[in-house]
Design a protein around this ligand. Structure first.
Ligand code: NAD
Ligand code: UDP
Length: 339
């Protein structure tokens, strides 16, 4: 089966490409490299020991997509391509709606034209807004507090509408919790531009000496130690969730909406401690005010993924931190580091 992976050069996409190839799928990567580099693909090629077909293009371009679909019989698309910075989305909402929502509409149009009607979409736990209780089930109400989150909600609805219009579509919406860590080769990982927004890359850069200290955003939440609690999931487990979803696409006769999380929540301070243990480095931190829009606690009920995808996260917090550290310490400047 030939799979088109949009955003395949990015953090989650690159790890998924490795697992797809190891599972025997033929993969084509489609990326405009707006938040990634070709070096990630070079590294993936080293891991899997084969060349990867890459199309440089934008999902908003029917021409770019047409080049891929007219020269390949694509069986399914795993759609990672998108912009993902919450703060940036507040400042540049039109850019986010254009890239994420419009881009997905154009992708689906081209897929339809070439009779490829199977798509696995990267959604996010952000669509649950501030949940009333945890763990979070797929049936919980959805809401969004920023354009990034709203772009995910809109796309979910668009894909559901597409299925209603034509039941030949196979649609799986995967709602990720907090992906962290890296491939255990230490050669691919998360390579954020500039100052990281997310906790784990910030901790890793502090441990390696690139940042002076971590600002812990709030210690007065209603959580055991007062800091925010999240469901961190190893990126390789997350990638495996996509392989399982792809393996089972044809089994489903409705749009599937599935949480990919571990079901366990860890606080910011627990993550700091775990990372210090894994790296043997100190992670200095200072308590700072709460970050606007943050919620206290977010973790998944992952039992539906177990039931329908036969998938569950296998890697614990130690492995997430060890693999994250291996990547960070071997690549202090991310993909700019000479391999
Ligand atoms: P990433 O930025 O590393 O990867 C996204 C890739 O898409 C990049 O390689 C980028 O160059 C590419 N891209 C963006 N816009 C494009 C366009 N118009 N045309 C072609 N390529 C384009 O991000 P990631 O962390 O790997 O996330 C992948 C997906 O998962 C995103 O849709 C993101 O919103 C979603 N997601 C991520 C997280 C997370 O915490 N990382 C959590 C939930 C959901
Ligand atoms: N966080 C923090 N300092 C940082 C980045 C994040 O204290 O520099 C906290 C944040 O308030 C949240 C948790 O770490 O409680 C996870 O934040 P992240 O941005 O990684 O994920 P999200 O908020 O999207 O779940």
């Amino acid at each position: 089966m030939k799979i088109l992976v949009t955003g395949g050069a990015g953090y989650i996409g690159s790890h998924t490409v490795v697992l797809l190839i190891e599972a025997g799928y033929e993969v084509i990567v489609f990326d405009n490299f707006c938040n990634s580099s070709r070096e990630s693909i070079n590294r993936v090629e080293k891991i899997v020991g084969q060349k990867i077909t890459v199309f440089e293009g934008d999902i908003r371009s029917r021409d770019d997509l047409g080049k891929v679909f007219s020269s390949n019989k694509i069986d399914a698309v795993i759609h990672f391509a998108g912009l993902k910075a919450v703060g940036e989305s507040v400042e540049q909402p039109l850019r986010y709606y254009d890239n994420n929502v419009n881009g997905t509409v154009i992708l689906c149009e081209v897929m339809e034209k070439y009779n490829c009607k199977s798509i696995i979409f990267s959604s996010s736990a952000t669509v649950y807004g501030d949940p009333h209780t945890t763990p979070i089930l797929e049936s919980f109400p959805t809401s969004a507090t920023n354009p990034y989150g709203r772009s995910k909600l809109f796309i979910e609805e668009i894909l559901r509408d597409l299925y209603v219009s034509d039941n030949d579509w196979k649609v799986i919406l995967l709602r990720y919790f907090n992906p962290v860590g890296a491939h255990n080769s230490g050669t691919i990982g998360e390579d954020p531009n500039g100052i990281p927004n997310n906790l784990m890359p910030f901790i890793a850069q502090t441990a390696v000496g690139k940042r002076e200290y971590l600002s812990v955003f709030g210690d007065d939440y209603d959580t055991p130690d007062g800091t925010g609690v999240r469901d961190y999931i190893h990126v390789v487990d997350l990638a495996q969730g996509h392989v399982n979803a792809l393996d089972r696409l044809d089994d489903f006769s409705e749009v599937m909406t599935i949480n990919l999380g571990t079901g366990k929540g860890y606080s910011v301070l627990e993550m700091v401690k775990a990372f210090e243990k894994a790296s043997g480095k100190k992670v200095p931190y200072k308590i700072a005010p709460r970050r606007a829009g943050d919620i206290a606690t977010c973790f998944a009920d992952p039992s539906y993924a177990k039931e329908v995808l036969d998938w569950e996260a296998k890697r614990g917090i130690e492995e997430m931190c060890e693999d994250g550290w291996l990547w960070q310490s071997q690549n202090p400047d991310g993909y700019l580091t000479k391999s």
